[in-house]
Structures are given as structure tokens and as C-alpha cells.
Design a protein around this ligand. Structure first.
Ligand code: 5GP
Length: 208
């Protein structure tokens, strides 16, 4: 992708592409929501997916829910910065909002898995900030997944297997946080974002 937009001379600073990955149950969606609420310079990337909408989800807010034909069309039209199969469905990150964020010096938060993070690396290198959220332990993750409500043992066991697969990739991330406490974890994410924003390479408006 053409990244010239990210270095326009009038830019206050370069935008960050923040990838937040974790197994489900580690608190990723809560942390993402709290981060967005506390920081107006960060927008969430809305992925397209072929997975069916769950109760409570809204089209074009949680995801762009599309059928296989539309997903195929988006791939062919080169509209994704990355896409992957996750547990039998396809998920992809649309390119246009990423380009706009870089052009405008805004930050964008991606809730994507390790496959997505890996695909963004070669194209976006220094624009990327990758964060992995770990649950305090597998026992605690099991407890949190059960506390969600009515899922059967079989569904919980499947989620635990998927979580273990995702956790296998924590070492590919720059920052690794253990989420023992939501507020403390949010503070750590905010500290990472604050520090990344003032890195010299990101401050394109400073001239010695
Ligand atoms: P869910 O179906 O539970 O919303 O998401 C399942 C997994 O897909 C999560 O780990 C989430 O991070 C990942 N995911 C969501 N959107 C994307 C995307 O655009 N690309 C990739 N690679 N993973 C995604």
C-alpha cells in the first residue's frame, strides 16, 4: 500500500495502527471499549466477516456482515489490508479507513487475531503497535468463560481449545499484558499508546 499519505509535511504526527489480540474471555472487548471512550483520537477498525450476526450485534457497527460472494468480491477488488479464516469464517480489515487514518494522523485500533497481525507487519512495519492480552491463567479463563452464562461444557471446551491456539502466538507481539484487573490493564494500554505517540519517528512536524 502507498504510505506516502502518512508522511505529509502538514501532519502533526503519524497515526498508530494498534493491534489488540487476545483469546476470547481475556477482556479484549471491554478494554477496547474503555480505550475508545477515554481517547477521541482512536477509532476502531470495523472488519468485514462472513460469520452470521449474533444476537445483540449491529451491522456496520460490530462488523460489516457480508456473504461469501461479497467477501470474494472484496478480495478480488483488493479492498482488504489483511484477511484470514478464523474458526471457519472469513474476517477481513477494510483498507479505506486505514488509509484515511494514516492520512489524517489519527490512530486506529484493530481487534484482529495473530494471522491479521502477521499480515500487517510487512506493509505497515513502523506504523504498527502490537499488544497481546493474556488471561491470568487458563483456570481463570475457564472460570470467566463459564461465568458468561448458559454455554454447555462442550462449547466451553471448544472455546478453551481456541483460546489455547490464540495464546500460542503471544510471543509474536511487541507488548504482552496480563489482564488481572481491567482498570490496571487499561492504564497500561493507555501508557503504551501515549509513549508510542511521542516516539521521534512519529513526530513528523519536529524540525531540529
Ligand atoms: P468473533 O467472531 O468472536 O467476533 O471474532 C473471532 C476472532 O476473529 C477474534 O479473535 C477477532 O480478533 C478475530 N477477528 C475479527 N476481525 C478480524 C479481521 O478483520 N481479521 C482477522 N485476521 N481477525 C479478525
Amino acid at each position: 500500500m502507498d504510505l506516502d499519505d502518512a508522511d505529509h509535511p502538514t501532519r502533526r504526527r503519524r497515526g498508530l495502527l494498534i493491534v489488540l489480540s487476545s483469546p476470547s474471555g481475556a477482556g479484549k472487548s471491554t478494554i477496547s471499549r474503555m480505550l475508545m471512550e477515554s481517547d477521541s483520537e482512536i477509532r476502531m477498525s470495523i472488519s468485514a466477516t462472513t460469520r452470521p450476526k449474533r444476537p445483540g450485534e449491529t451491522d456496520n457497527v460490530d462488523y460489516h456482515f457480508v456473504d461469501d460472494a461479497e467477501f470474494d468480491r472484496m478480495i478480488a477488488a483488493n479492498e482488504f489490508v489483511e484477511w484470514a479464516f478464523v474458526f471457519g469464517h472469513r474476517y477481513g480489515t477494510p483498507k479505506a479507513p486505514v488509509k484515511a487514518a494514516l492520512r489524517e494522523g489519527r490512530d486506529i485500533l484493530f481487534d484482529i487475531d495473530w494471522q491479521g497481525a502477521r499480515q500487517l507487519e510487512p506493509d505497515f512495519g513502523e506504523h504498527l503497535v502490537t499488544i497481546f492480552l493474556l488471561p491470568p491463567s487458563m483456570d481463570e479463563l475457564d472460570r470467566r468463560l463459564r461465568a458468561r452464562g448458559t454455554d454447555s461444557d462442550e462449547v466451553i471446551a471448544d472455546r478453551m481449545r481456541r483460546a489455547a491456539d490464540e495464546i500460542d502466538h503471544w510471543a509474536e507481539y511487541e507488548y504482552v499484558l496480563v489482564n488481572r484487573d481491567m482498570e490496571a490493564c487499561l492504564k497500561q494500554v493507555q501508557a503504551i499508546v501515549a509513549a508510542e505517540r511521542v516516539k521521534r519517528v512519529r513526530q513528523t512536524n519536529l524540525h531540529p
